[in-house]
Design a protein around this ligand. Structure first.
Ligand code: GDP
Ligand code: IMO
Ligand code: MG
Length: 425
């Protein structure tokens, strides 16, 4: 395989950053294809923690080129501060960061609108307030400003004028700095960002043609997908694998393999249905042991047991070839581990997400209780050394969604991963 797509198979924060960092050891290029600084991808190297919001998780490996694809929305200030922070920590991206000219910019009025809409709306989604929804709104309304506009001052001015005129029609969009101030700021930023702005589709295709190894790094998770997720409690992009083709500018045949990262239990940040949520001491224990605090907003993540119903949807809409089950070690101490295998809804048993999706609020999970292994898996390096009950748990997940397990993560560190197949051959 020379190109591999990594996506979140649940509600985000599955451990994609860690998995991408592990695979980046043998990747030539890592490409983000959706979302923006709403993402928070954590990488731990020798007790150093890196949390990346916009820069791809290949950054910590010296060899991998890092590409921000056209499907992303970019907060230029956030990007530069992330870049500077990495530079300060000895990671030089000056020759290996590439930004798509077609990616849209997140502007101050987007962030203001995100906060204001959240405050005023009856449906508070619990967004990250990074301006993601409003930036994608403007993209599709065709009033967006793209990274390429930073290359031409006159064009930047025209695009900003159009964006401001459009936004001023929206009432309740919050307070934001005026056009002149934003224009001057972007002119300054343009000087720094311009060298990185290229046609990334050309670049990625060239690398694939040369037989180089390219990783596509999804942000968020399938259940937050604007089409397939628990709408309206979703993000405003498509975190699913097929979108890697659109969000990076490659053909679908160039995506050789898709892996879905699946947390061994389940978490969610923000509002929305979560049938297996544990509002109990057990939920708190999972939160503590799993360190379940959002990397972007610092909010506590909601916790619960693994749910096979959304995972089946995830397997289907991503076309998963394999699962990478993460955080198995967090379940080490449990005597019994419930897994949701079906829902009860108005007297019926269902095994898929109900239609309309709003009925997710009414479903009751049906659990199968699996025995826990009650031993430390965090230093296990091969399948045969995993406790038999942990192997049974993993097989149960694979059978439950019809996708084989390709990898198992048993800790935050790079070396705490077990591969059952060679991903880059
Ligand atoms: P992402 O958004 O999918 O990249 O995930 P986050 O970085 O937001 O959250 C995952 C958290 O779990 C981070 O703190 C990781 O360091 C941590 N993590 C990843 N894999 C494992 C694992 O296998 N075991 C444990 N205990 N922690 C993990
Ligand atoms: P990573 O890449 C978890 C959630 C927010 C909110 C909803 C909409 O780290 O897995 P948005 O700001 O995108 O408009 O918020 O989506 N959300 C995430 N949850 N992980 C993420 O990213 C998320 N990015 C957005 O909490 O519920
Ligand atoms: Mg995250």
């Amino acid at each position: 395989m020379s190109s591999v797509v990594i996506v979140g198979a649940q509600w985000g924060d599955e451990g994609k950053g860690k998995v991408v960092d592990c695979l980046s050891e043998s990747a030539d290029m890592v490409v983000r294809f959706n979302g923006g600084a709403n993402a928070g991808h954590t990488i731990i190297v020798d007790d150093e923690e890196y949390v990346l919001h916009l820069i791809p998780s290949g950054a910590i490996r010296e060899k991998a080129d890092c590409v921000i694809g056209n499907g992303c929305v970019i907060d230029a200030d956030q990007l530069l501060s992330e870049y500077d922070e990495l530079m300060r920590r000895g990671i030089d991206l000056s020759k290996r960061l590439f930004i798509s000219g077609f990616a849209h910019l997140v502007l101050p009025h987007h962030k203001a609108a995100d906060g204001a809409w959240e405050g005023n709306s009856k449906v508070a989604l619990g967004t990250t307030k990074r301006g993601i929804g409003p930036a994608y709104c403007d993209k599709y309304a065709r009033f967006g400003v793209r990274a390429e506009d930073l290359l031409e001052e006159k064009d930047l001015r025209n695009k900003l004028e159009a964006a401001y005129a459009y936004r001023s029609r929206w009432s309740g969009s919050g307070e934001y700095p005026g056009l002149e101030e934003v224009f001057e700021h972007l002119r300054k930023i343009a000087k720094r960002l311009s060298p990185f702005i290229v046609d990334t589709s050309l670049l990625i295709n060239k690398r694939i043609d040369e037989g180089k190894r390219v990783l596509f790094e999804g942000a968020q998770g399938t259940l937050l997908d604007v089409d397939f997720g628990t709408y309206p409690y979703v993000t405003s992009s498509n975190p699913v694998a097929p979108y890697a083709a659109i969000g990076a500018g490659v053909g679908i045949r160039q995506l050789d393999m898709t892996l879905g990262v699946v947390k061994a239990y389940l978490t969610r940040v923000g509002t929305g249905p979560f049938p297996t949520e544990l509002d109990s001491e057990v939920g708190e224990k999972l939160r503590q042991q799993g360190g379940e605090v959002g990397r972007t907003t610092g909010r506590d993540r909601r916790t619960g047991w693994l749910d096979l119903i959304p995972l089946r949807l995830s397997a289907r809409v991503n076309g998963l070839d394999g699962l990478v089950v993460s955080k198995l070690d967090v379940l080490d101490s449990y005597e019994e581990i419930p897994v949701c295998v079906a829902y009860k809804l108005r007297g019926k048993t269902i095994t898929e997400i109900p239609l309309p999706v709003v009925l997710m609020d009414e479903v009751e999970p049906v659990y199968e209780i699996l025995p826990g292994w009650q031993s430390d898996t965090s230093e296990v390096t091969k399948w045969s050394d995993l406790p038999a009950k942990a192997q049974e748990y993993l097989k149960f997940i694979a059978e439950g969604c019809g996708i084989p397990v390709s990898g198992i993560s048993v800790g935050q560190r790079r070396d705490q991963i077990i591969w059952l197949e060679e991903v880059f051959q």
